[in-house]
Design a protein around this ligand. Structure first.
Ligand code: FPP
Length: 251
């Protein structure tokens, strides 16, 4: 990377061209903790602070949608203790932040196979979703027990059921219909996807939705990711030329 990780880069102004929707794969919590001789849970806790910072940076810069990958379908394979710590952190975060999120007119959504979650978490999710459902200033979506292939599979099963019932013909299936049957129905596609922690892959996150998304990869570990790092990502996005498969000359 161009900057020393312990020394944040110089301030960067908000660019004119902004993504409407930013999606983030928040990677590197475990490595951040290990480097300090701390348990992985300490990395996740510090990661929750970065999330608060980035959510505020989104709102103050004019981004309207933030979607985070908080827990993947594959994360169920982690040690039981770590899963417990992550779920506890999520519950704590929801309890602690919900009023503030609501006061700031932020709408909360959750995507993923929520049936896998404990009844406690499902109750908190339902309450948070219902409380904030009419908020329209900002959209914060949390992917939990989420896997994009599993989401697409659920969508295919749903459409196949409609075909079996005789209410849908295969030839009438459209791309929009698929988009509106996915968990992300009603959300615009992400314009910018940020992945921290040095890996350069999607890891089963928003595969259908990110067909034309701009990707931004950084080595910065998620607990170290701050407003300045976020502004740099916005800056880079503003310089990308989005052509959506065209030559870009006449649109
Ligand atoms: C990846 O780092 C991170 C996660 C699996 C969890 C992300 C969760 C948070 C940031 C907690 C805050 C979220 C909410 C909604 C309260 P990793 O553990 O894979 O790190 P590593 O690659 O260094 O091992």
């Amino acid at each position: 990377m161009l900057w020393n990780k312990s020394k944040p880069p110089a301030p960067v102004a908000t660019p004119d061209i902004l993504p409407q929707h930013v999606a983030i794969i928040m990677d590197g919590n475990g490595r951040w903790a290990k480097a300090r001789g701390l348990p992985r849970s300490a990395g996740h806790k510090k990661g929750a602070d970065s999330l608060r910072t980035v959510l505020n940076a989104c709102r103050s810069s004019g981004v309207r949608y933030l979607t985070i990958y908080a827990f993947s379908s594959e994360n169920w394979k982690r040690p039981t203790d770590e899963i417990g710590d992550l779920m506890q952190l999520l519950q704590h975060y929801l309890r602690q932040e919900l009023d503030t999120l609501h006061e700031n007119k932020i709408r909360l959504r959750f995507i993923g196979d929520l049936t896998q979650l404990s009844a406690n978490i499902r109750d908190s999710i339902r309450d948070a979703t219902e409380l904030t459902t009419r908020n329209a200033d900002f959209n914060f979506t949390v992917a939990l027990s989420y896997g994009s292939r599993q989401e697409i599979l659920r969508t295919m099963r749903k459409l196949a059921t409609d075909i079996e019932a005789g209410t849908l013909k295969p030839a009438d299936i459209t791309e929009d219909m698929i988009s509106e049957t996915l968990d992300t129905a009603g959300l615009p596609e992400p314009d910018l996807l940020i992945r921290t922690g040095g890996e350069q892959r999607l890891s089963n996150f928003l595969l259908w939705q990110s067909a034309y998304t701009e990707f931004y990869f950084t080595d910065v570990l998620w607990p170290d990711f701050d407003t300045q790092h976020f502004m740099l990502a916005l800056q880079e996005y503003s310089q990308r030329e989005r052509r959506y498969g065209t030559t870009g000359e006449q649109q």
